[in-house]
Design a protein around this ligand. Structure first.
Ligand code: NAP
Length: 299
């Protein structure tokens, strides 16, 4: 008996959905992290599931570091299409997948797993894509080779952003981190495009910059503002902050006050979600004003 003619068809379901739902795969995905309750990813992906009339769900997957291996291997057994990986698992998860995209390999972390038809787990990192796209959304003619980029911080977000800037054609990236050794390690790894400088040189390092990116935690909700003197910052420098809570960090507020164009971290967050949704649900979703509003209302 076809599903369409089943006597058990619930009356409130649309015929089209009911007729397809046994054939169509119900796509299960989520975000694996610890803690993970704060994640906005379910709001983003479930909005798109509704918008594009997909059959599926995106949930929170609170997984402790001790349970990470069992949880990742379990994706296959549970029939998941994949998941996002967030703090603190982005590096450790690399050891637990069957294949890593070369870009993610260079970034040294994965934020997305896609379960292949044969059950193999493939790891990707879309953070850099999200960052570059957020700059282009703010300034469509943005070019990585427009002039020196200053990146503050040398953690996971900085690595993804630096690799993407290099791939986009950046010619000079000044990296300044509180712990100098981490900036030196990045220069060692990624070559002469990168100049590692002392954290104390961050104010003067802004001179002549075409792009400034804050990837430190300074300026985040409950954290002190980034201690940065903008006197040497050119008026046309594009100023970006990976932080999205608050949407306008003290750095962005100060830069805006001086007339600089600013980009907050929400664009990076929304844009990194797009390729993952595409991989799991087969459609590249749009970032609409409505989605922006829905996510902002959760802050
Ligand atoms: P991480 O790997 O822990 O790196 C944190 C960075 O902040 C390090 O460079 C650290 O310097 C620096 N830092 C911490 N406290 C500092 C202080 N008091 N003064 C100066 N520097 C300090 O974290 P992450 O994953 O890169 O994340 C960094 C930021 O990016 C967070 O705010 C996060 O929310 C944001 N982020 C946003 C997105 C998005 O989609 N928008 C994605 C990823 C991350 P040391 O090396 O000296 O400790």
């Amino acid at each position: 008996m076809s599903n369409k003619t089943s006597a058990h068809a619930p009356q409130h379901l649309e015929l089209e959905i009911y007729s397809n739902h046994m054939e169509k795969k119900f796509v299960m995905t989520g975000v694996m992290g610890w803690p993970v309750a704060h994640s906005r990813s379910p709001v983003i992906h479930n909005h798109w599931i509704q918008q594009y009339k997909r059959q599926g769900a995106y949930g929170l997957l609170p997984v402790t570091p001790q349970n990470l291996e069992t949880a990742i291997k379990g994706l296959r057994a549970l029939g998941f299409a994949g998941c996002n990986i967030t703090i603190p698992h982005k590096v450790e998860a690399m050891k637990l997948v069957d294949w890593i995209d070369p870009l993610a390999q260079r970034m040294g972390a994965i934020n997305t797993i896609v379960v292949q038809a044969d059950g193999a787990l493939h790891g990707f990192n879309n953070d850099g894509y999200g960052f570059i796209q957020s700059l282009r959304d703010a300034q469509p003619n943005w070019r990585a080779d427009a002039g020196p980029a200053v990146v503050l911080g040398a953690g996971g977000a900085a690595r993804a952003i630096i690799v993407s800037l290099i791939d986009q054609g950046a010619t000079e990236i000044r990296v300044l981190n509180r712990t100098r050794a981490k900036a030196d390690a990045l220069a060692q790894e990624f070559g002469t495009t990168i100049t590692a400088l002392d954290w104390s040189a961050r104010h003067e390092a802004l001179a002549g910059a075409a792009l400034l990116v804050n990837t430190t935690s300074q300026g985040m909700h409950h954290e002190p503002a980034l201690d940065l003197n903008l006197t040497d910052l050119p008026a046309d420098t594009l100023v970006s902050d990976a932080i999205y809570i608050p949407l306008e960090t003290p750095l962005l507020a100060a830069a805006k006050q001086r007339g600089n164009t600013t980009v907050n971290g929400l664009g990076m967050l929304l844009n990194q979600a797009r390729p993952a949704f595409h991989a799991w649900f087969g459609i590249m979703p749009d970032i609409t004003p409505e989605l922006n509003k829905i996510v902002i209302n959760t802050f």
